[in-house]
Design a protein around this ligand. Structure first.
Ligand code: GLN
Length: 452
C-alpha cells in the first residue's frame, strides 16, 4: 500500500485519481496485515485497489467527475465495493473518469483529462487512456494500483483496457449489482474489473459479482470460480468471426491483429466459424438513442436539492434548478440530456426511442442465433490505438465511433472482454475482444487466457 501511495504521488501528472484516500488505505492495510498474521483473510486480502469515482463509497467524496456532485459524501457503500472490502481489498482512492461515464477519452471530466502512460515510439504527444474508465486504465497500466473497478455502458471497460495494454471485463448484464453505482443508462450499465492480467480479472470479478436483492436486475445465480477454468483446454470450442466488424477505414494493423488472434485460437484447438451479424451497423445509432434517453431520466435527480451543488444565483425554485444544472453539468452531459429528452418527447418517441428499442431486440435475437452456432465471438476491441488528447473532441460523432465494436454487447446484455494482444507500428498496445453467451463468463475467461 505504501509503495502504491508513493507511486501515485509521483505520477500526479497523469491525473488518474480524483481523491487519494491515503489514511484510509493505511488503516485498511493494517487490518489486512492483522488478518494475514493470523493466517486468515479473503481472496483480496491486502490488495490495493483504485475505485472508479462512479461507485459510492461511504463517507468518501464521490463525484462521477461532475461539478454537480461537488461535496457529495454518500452515506452508503456500493454493493461492489462492499464485496471487495469484505474480501480484504484496500482502497487507495477514487479514479477519474468521463463526466457521468459519458465519453471515450476521459476528456469530459470536470477534473481534467487523464494521460495514458503509453507513448508512440519517438513521439512525446500525450495520448488518451480511453474512456470513460480512463483513470482505471491508466492507474492499472502505470502500476498506481494492483487493479481497479470500472463500469461499461457502451465500452468503457473494454476500450480503455485496449488502449492501455490492460485486461478489461464487462460481465453479463445482471451478473454484478448496480446498487450504489451512479447511474448513466440503467439497462446498459455493468461494472467489472480492469487488471494487469487475466488471472487478476478472474479473481476480482468473482468478488464483485453475486446476487443483490437491492438491485432487481441483478440475477440470483451462483458465481463460478473463474480462476479455476484458466488454462483448461479450448479443444473443440467454436469461435465466431463476424464479417460486419471489418469496418471501412479500420487500420491494417488491427486487421492483422485480428488474424493473429484467429490463428492463436486455431492453435489452441478451436474451430473458426465465419458468422454474420448484419444488424451491427445499427448498433451505434440505437445506442446513441437508448443511452441518452435513459441518462436524461437518471440525471433528473440532480436538481440542486438532494445532492452536491446548488447554484447561489437564483430567485425561485425554477431558476435554482436551471442555474444549478447550467453550472453543474458539462457540455457532453448537456448534449446527452438534450438528445435523450428529444427522443423521448411526444411526437418523437415512436420514431426514435420505440424504434430503437425494437432494433435493440433484433440485435439481441441476432446474437442468440449466432450463439447457437458458436461458443465465443472474436473481434478487435476498438477501431484504433490510443489517439492524441484533443484529437477527437471537436466532433462528438467521431468520438462516438470509438464504441463501434463494444456497444453491441451492452445492447444485448452479453459478457465481453478486452485482452492485450499486440502493438501497432508506433508501438501502441491493441486489444482483442471476446464476447460470450449470457452468464458464460467461464468460457470467455478460458478464451481470454489463451489470447493473453
Ligand atoms: N463511450 C460511450 C459513451 O460515451 C460509452 C461510455 C460508457 O461505456 N460508459 O456513451
Amino acid at each position: 500500500t505504501d509503495a502504491y501511495l508513493s507511486r501515485i504521488e509521483k505520477a500526479k501528472a497523469l491525473n488518474a485519481f480524483i481523491t487519494v484516500t491515503a489514511d484510509k488505505a493505511r488503516e485498511m492495510a493494517k487490518a489486512s496485515d492483522a488478518q494475514l498474521a493470523k493466517g486468515v483473510g479473503g481472496d483480496l486480502e491486502g490488495v490495493p485497489l483504485g475505485i472508479k469515482d462512479l461507485f459510492c463509497t461511504e463517507g468518501t467524496l464521490t463525484t462521477a467527475a461532475s461539478h454537480i456532485l461537488d461535496g457529495f459524501h454518500p452515506r452508503y457503500e456500493s454493493t461492489v465495493t462492499s464485496h471487495l472490502w469484505r474480501d480484504g481489498a484496500v482502497m487507495l482512492g477514487k479514479l477519474n473518469l468521463d463526466e457521468f461515464a459519458m465519453g471515450s477519452s476521459n476528456e469530459t471530466s470536470f477534473y481534467g483529462n487523464v494521460i495514458n502512460p503509453w507513448r508512440r515510439d519517438g513521439d512525446d504527444t500525450p495520448l488518451t487512456p480511453g474512456g470513460s474508465s480512463g483513470g482505471s486504465s491508466t492507474s492499472v497500466a502505470a502500476r498506481l494500483c494492483a487493479a481497479a473497478t470500472a463500469t461499461d455502458t457502451g465500452g468503457s471497460i473494454r476500450q480503455p483496457a485496449s488502449l492501455t495494454n490492460t485486461v478489461g471485463v464487462k460481465p453479463t448484464y445482471g451478473r454484478v449489482s448496480r446498487w450504489g453505482v451512479v447511474a448513466f443508462a440503467s439497462s446498459l450499465d455493468q461494472a467489472g474489473p480492469i487488471t494487469q492480467d487475466v488471472r487478476d480479472a478472474a479473481i476480482m470479478l468473482k468478488s464483485m459479482a453475486g446476487h443483490d436483492p437491492k438491485d432487481s436486475t441483478c440475477i440470483n445465480r451462483p458465481v463460478p470460480d473463474y480462476e479455476a477454468v484458466l488454462g483448461q483446454s479450448l479443444k473443440g470450442l467454436k469461435i465466431g468471426v463476424p464479417k460486419e466488424y471489418r469496418i471501412d477505414g479500420m487500420p491494417e494493423e488491427i486487421e492483422k491483429l485480428w488474424q493473429q488472434g484467429i490463428a492463436w485460437m486455431k492453435d489452441a484447438g478451436c474451430e473458426i466459424v465465419d458468422i454474420s451479424l448484419p444488424l451491427t451497423k445499427y448498433a451505434l445509432p440505437v445506442y446513441y438513442i437508448v443511452a441518452p434517453a435513459e441518462a436524461s431520466s437518471n440525471l433528473a435527480r440532480y436538481d440542486g436539492v438532494k445532492f452536491g451543488l446548488r447554484s447561489r444565483d437564483f430567485t425561485d425554485i425554477t431558476s435554482m434548478y436551471e442555474n444549478t444544472r447550467a453550472e453543474g453539468f458539462g457540455d457532453e452531459v448537456k448534449r446527452r440530456i438534450l438528445i435523450g429528452t428529444y427522443v423521448l418527447s411526444a411526437g418523437y418517441y415512436d420514431a426514435y426511442y420505440l424504434r430503437a428499442q425494437k432494433v435493440r431486440k433484433k440485435i439481441f435475437d441476432e446474437f442468440t442465433d449466432a450463439f447457437s452456432k458458436v461458443d465465443l465471438i472474436l473481434t478487435p476491441s476498438a477501431p484504433s490505438a490510443a489517439f492524441g488528447l484533443g484529437e477527437k473532441t471537436a466532433d462528438p460523432v467521431q468520438m462516438y465511433l470509438n464504441d463501434v465494436f463494444t456497444v453491441t454487447a451492452n445492447l444485448a446484455g452479453l459478457p465481453g472482454a478486452s485482452v492485450p494482444a499486440g502493438y501497432d507500428k508506433q508501438g501502441l498496445p491493441l486489444g482483442l475482444q471476446l464476447l460470450a453467451k449470457p452468464f458464460d463468463e467461464e468460457t470467455m475467461f478460458k478464451g481470454m487466457y489463451a489470447l493473453e
